[in-house]
Design a protein around this ligand. Structure first.
Ligand code: GAR
Length: 224
C-alpha cells in the first residue's frame, strides 16, 4: 500500500493551486497523492483539472444543506470515504466549522493571497492596494474557526508596483502561491511540522535571516 500523504483538496473555482499541487507531484517535488477533489460549485474549472489528472471528483452544493455543520458533515464523509489524511483548501470560498476541523484536527490547510494577519477575507489584493502597502504576499496556514486566522506555516512576500491593478497584483501573488503551497504540503509530508500555540515549528527549516525585500528598492548598490 502507498505510504504517500493522502490529500483531499476542496475548491470553489479555477483551481490553479490544485494544478500546482498536481504539477509538483508529477515532478516529484511533492511526495503526496490527491485522493479526491471536492467542490461546492458544480461548474468550477478545478473539477475539470482534477478529472484531466485522473483524480476522483465530488460536488457538494452547500445550498442543499440547512446549516454549515450539516454541509461540513457531508464533506467529512466524502473525505473519509477516500481516505484523505490532510485537507487542503485551495480557493474554497466557504467558512469551515468545528465539524470539519474536529474530524481533521490540525490537518486542514488554507492559502490566502496576503501576508496574514493583514487583509483577511475576500479581495485581499484589493484591500492591499486600497491600504497602500508596498509589500504584500501569500500565506499558507492551518485553519481554525476564524477566517484566515490559524497558525502560519509558510509566507512569501510580493512587492506592489505603483501601477498595479487588482488583476496584475493577483497574477504575481498567485505565482508565489503556486510555489509555496506544494512546499508547505511537502513539509507536512516529511513530518517536519509541529504546531505550538499560534506558532508553527518546522524541523531543519532553511531560512535566510539577512535577506529582506525592500520596496521601493534601494538605489545605491551599497544599500542593497
Ligand atoms: C487563491 O488566490 C487563494 O489564495 C484564494 O482564492 C484563490 C483561488 O485560486 N483564497 C482566498 O482568498 C481564501 N481567503 P485558484 O482557484 O486559482 O487556486
Amino acid at each position: 500500500m502507498s505510504t504517500k500523504l493522502r490529500l483531499g483538496v476542496l475548491l470553489s473555482g479555477s483551481g490553479t493551486n490544485l494544478q500546482a499541487l498536481i504539477g509538483a507531484i508529477g515532478t516529484g517535488r511533492l511526495d503526496a497523492e490527491i485522493v479526491v477533489v471536492i467542490s461546492n460549485v458544480a461548474d468550477a474549472y478545478g473539477l475539470t483539472r482534477a478529472s484531466a489528472a485522473g483524480i476522483p471528483t465530488v460536488v457538494v452544493d452547500h445550498h442543499a444543506f440547512p446549516s454549515r455543520p450539516d454541509f461540513d458533515a457531508q464533506l467529512v464523509e466524502h473525505l473519509r470515504n477516500h481516505g484523505a489524511e490532510l485537507v487542503v483548501l485551495a480557493g474554497f470560498m466557504r467558512l469551515v466549522t468545528a465539524t470539519l476541523l474536529g474530524a481533521f484536527p490540525a490537518r486542514v490547510l488554507n492559502i490566502h493571497p496576503a501576508l496574514l494577519p493583514a487583509f483577511p477575507g475576500l479581495h485581499a489584493e484589493r484591500q492591499a492596494l486600497a491600504h497602500g502597502v508596498t509589500i504584500t504576499g501569500v500565506t499558507v496556514h492551518f485553519v481554525d474557526e476564524e477566517t484566515d486566522h490559524g497558525p502560519i506555516l509558510v509566507q512569501a512576500a510580493v512587492p506592489v508596483r505603483p501601477d498595479d491593478t487588482e488583476d496584475t497584483l493577483h497574477a504575481r501573488t498567485q505565482a508565489q502561491e503556486h510555489r509555496i503551497y506544494p512546499l508547505a504540503v511537502q513539509l507536512i509530508a516529511e513530518g517536519r511540522v509541529r504546531i505550538d500555540g499560534r506558532r508553527v515549528v518546522v524541523t531543519d527549516a532553511r531560512i535566510d535571516p539577512e535577506r529582506a525585500l525592500i520596496n521601493p528598492a534601494p538605489e545605491r548598490a551599497e544599500d542593497t
